[in-house]
Design a protein around this ligand. Structure first.
Ligand SMILES: NC(=O)c1ccc[n+]([C@@H]2O[C@H](COP(=O)([O-])OP(=O)(O)OC[C@H]3O[C@@H](n4cnc5c(N)ncnc54)[C@H](OP(=O)(O)O)[C@@H]3O)[C@@H](O)[C@H]2O)c1
Length: 329
């Protein structure tokens, strides 16, 4: 028997329950891991609320990121041994491959032997933030040294990964956060400049920071009214990559700005990368190399015990965090 987290109805964090379940042995091409740590994502809160891009049948498990040791290996899987330390690339369906449990099963191609120097928390906090930021900034935007890159929801795990990746490439990350409380932490984390969107004029600050070069790439998880100052400060031919919808307000379409500067506004899911073996391989190499040389290092906001999964979700949705919320199992 294994303890797993499930929900039987949509709702707030309180709908999450730890239950005993008999998990089947891993099937062909699968690996089961004894989970040591989970990385929490906004996507899991959305699935729990019934407002995610995936609609599960209930009751459902959840969870996209885990690290642990290989506990059982299905038929047809090579290259792994029992006891290997591994972490997991987020699967496309978390209802099909839920991570929240003492044991969790994943397709072998999504299981990565993680760097030996990594702790369990860091390993569980690696793949979603860095794959998401890598796919947008490098694979799609092809950021270059000196490019100004505006990053919203900057203190999210993805935002912080994007700041590190931009710096690693010699680009100039501008962190946009709601209020100034996280300003110093963002500067300490490598942001070239920080804009507090609820306290400052975002367009004026972006123009002042980027000068005549202007902002070539915007990496936005929010949408809503912020779209207007973001696009107004972009360079001719600039690219806005939309990867989330944190704002509860409607998103205006800045028609004349888009027209006059030939802007590209592009939606993006990390599945573009994780669903393409060649692009995923390139991403994994970049990320593991960056970790090895110390250029990429997950920021852990706070760690909770598995029994406190409800509290961990409450904290995730409080938006107080700076980086990844982790649960140890
Ligand atoms: N497209 C994809 O494939 C993909 C992959 C991964 C994640 N995502 C999305 O990326 C975003 C970040 O995810 P995460 O799990 O790393 O972090 P998270 O814990 O959801 O991010 C929390 C941070 O987002 C900012 N934020 C929250 N609500 C906001 C609002 N209403 N308006 C403006 N800012 C708000 C706050 O940052 P400040 O305190 O700095 O303002 C907050 O600390 C989410 O929208 C998630 O759905 C998308």
């Amino acid at each position: 028997m294994s303890r797993i987290v499930r929900f039987h109805r949509y709702g707030g964090p309180e709908v999450l329950h730890i239950e005993e379940a008999e998990l089947p042995l891993p099937g062909r091409g699968e690996i089961r891991i004894k989970v040591k740590a989970l990385g929490l994502n906004r996507a899991e809160a959305l699935l729990r609320q019934g407002s995610y891009i995936e609609t599960p049948s209930l009751p459902s498990g959840l969870g996209l990121e885990a690290a642990g040791v290989v506990e059982s290996i299905g038929a047809g899987v090579g290259g792994f041994s029992l006891g290997d330390a591994v972490s997991v690339i987020p699967p496309q369906s978390m209802a099909r491959w839920p991570a929240y449990g003492e044991l969790a099963t994943f397709p072998a191609e999504l299981v990565v032997k993680h760097p030996p120097s990594f702790g369990w928390a860091d390993a569980a906090a690696l793949w979603m933030p860095y794959l998401t930021a890598y796919g947008a900034l490098i694979d799609i935007a092809g950021i270059q040294p000196g490019d100004f890159v505006a990053i919203t929801a900057a203190s999210s795990s993805v935002g912080l990964a994007a700041i590190q990746i931009a710096n690693h490439l010699g680009a100039r990350p501008i962190a946009i956060t709601r209020r100034s409380a996280k300003r110093q932490a963002l500067l300490d984390h490598g942001a070239g400049d920080v804009i507090a969107a609820e306290e400052e004029d975002v367009e004026t600050r972006l123009r002042a920071i980027a000068g005549p070069k202007a902002v070539r790439v915007v990496f936005d998880a929010i949408g809503g009214p912020l779209f207007v100052p973001l696009t107004a400060a972009m360079a001719r031919g600039g690219l806005l990559i939309e990867y989330g919808g944190l704002s509860s307000e409607p998103t205006p379409f800045p028609l004349f700005t888009v027209l006059s500067k030939s802007l590209t506004l592009r939606g993006y899911l990390v599945h573009e990368i994780t669903g393409d073996p060649a692009r995923l391989d390139a991403a994994k190499t970049f990320i593991l190399d960056g970790v090895r040389i110390g250029a990429l290092r997950p920021a852990i906001a706070r760690t909770f015990a598995f029994d406190d999964i409800v509290e961990a979700h409450r904290f995730l949705e409080s938006n107080q965090q700076f980086g990844k919320v982790v649960v140890t199992v």
